[in-house]
Design a protein around this ligand. Structure first.
Ligand code: 13P
Ligand code: SF4
Length: 324
């Protein structure tokens, strides 16, 4: 079931790793009354040991409803932070605190504050891929799976700032016919896909359907027959009658696609150069070993100032109400 050879495990800076890491993590899970939540972009071993795997919205909902005392978040910082915002009394652990997000980093609070002040009559809709500070300055949070639905619910005469992803913002503009004021942020991973290479793949695999995450640029999205969040892409691959897919998002999702539809073929969309830059460098900082140490040491833990947490909670709750 698990894909990493246990024999590869050994000594680390923190001490000896147990020989059977999977059993050791299961034992710690019981000891801590912990739940492991993982995003689809995590490495296969982490996905396999998680109690729940999902896209950002599903993970936020899972965090909002868990009875566990400890949430081990196998994802990036803004996701673990969202879990903490929703659960101030629970311990939230992130295997590697450096697991950030280029989109969140592209929106510093001082600059965003000035941007917001320049548009005083605008409602702020922020993509969940942002810091707690930006959430605290927002009116409604959205994810890639509910952004269109949320913007559609806002009265037509209400001007809107959409931050921080300009590509998702443009996609929402196209889908809703609304004119949004966009913050110019983007994701390093989704901006790396090469239109030329996708077209070449479509020629090489004429039966394959190209599918894409809305964080991709318009030049990539225009070749996709389906656009959606990671959870939506997964569902689409399972239900479509096509047997081959060119997948323009982080290739971690292919592990679940292959599990759910083992007879189908999933081809990762190639990046511009012959690098591994279609893999999210932040998501991939988490490893099974770090997850074990996080549970063993009860660290690194996500902490937040209470006034920021309270301010960031309101727009998240609004999102959960609007996407129920
Ligand atoms: P999802 O909403 O599909 O989980 O997207 C999260 C993300 O970080 C995509 O890069
Ligand atoms: Fe952020 Fe992009 Fe990584 Fe998603 S894939 S976590 S948006 S850097």
């Amino acid at each position: 079931m698990f894909t990493t050879a246990l024999a590869q495990r050994g000594k680390t800076e923190q001490g000896d790793l147990p020989l059977d890491l999977f059993t050791a993590i299961e034992t710690l899970k019981k000891e801590l009354n912990a739940v492991i939540l993982a995003h689809y972009y995590q490495e296969p071993d982490i996905q396999d040991i998680a109690d729940f795997i999902g896209d950002s919205l599903q993970l936020a909902k899972a965090a909002a409803h868990t009875n566990a005392d400890v949430i081990v978040f196998a994802g990036v910082h803004f996701m673990a932070e969202t879990a903490k915002i929703l659960n101030p009394d629970k311990m939230v652990l992130l295997p590697d605190l450096n697991a950030g997000c280029s989109l969140a980093d592209s929106c510093p609070k001082e600059e965003f504050g000035a941007f917001k002040a320049a548009h005083p009559d605008h409602l702020v809709v922020s993509y969940i891929n942002c810091s707690a500070d930006i959430k605290a300055m927002s009116d409604i949070i959205c994810t890639s799976s509910n952004a269109v639905k949320i913007v559609q619910q806002i009265p037509k005469n209400q001007p809107i700032i959409f931050a921080p992803d300009k590509n998702l913002g443009r996609y929402v503009m196209e889908k809703t016919g609304r004119d949004l004021v966009l913050w110019e942020g983007s994701c390093v991973v989704h901006e790396t896909f090469s239109e030329k290479k996708i077209v070449q793949l479509k020629i090489a695999y004429p039966q394959a359907e190209a599918i894409a995450h809305p964080e991709c640029e318009t030049t990539v999205l225009r070749h996709a027959s389906f656009i959606g969040s990671t959870a939506a892409l997964l569902k689409y691959c399972e239900q479509s009658s096509s047997q081959e897919f060119i997948v323009a998002t982080e290739p971690g999702i292919i592990h679940q696609m292959q599990k759910r539809a083992p007879h189908k073929r999933f081809i990762p969309a190639p990046p511009l150069n012959n690098c591994a830059c279609n893999e999210c460098p932040f998501m991939r900082l988490n490893t099974l070993e770090k997850l074990y140490w996080a549970m063993k040491n009860r660290a690194p833990e996500i902490t937040l100032q209470e006034f920021i947490r309270e301010a960031a909670l309101r727009p998240i709750q609004r999102m959960l109400e609007m996407s129920a």
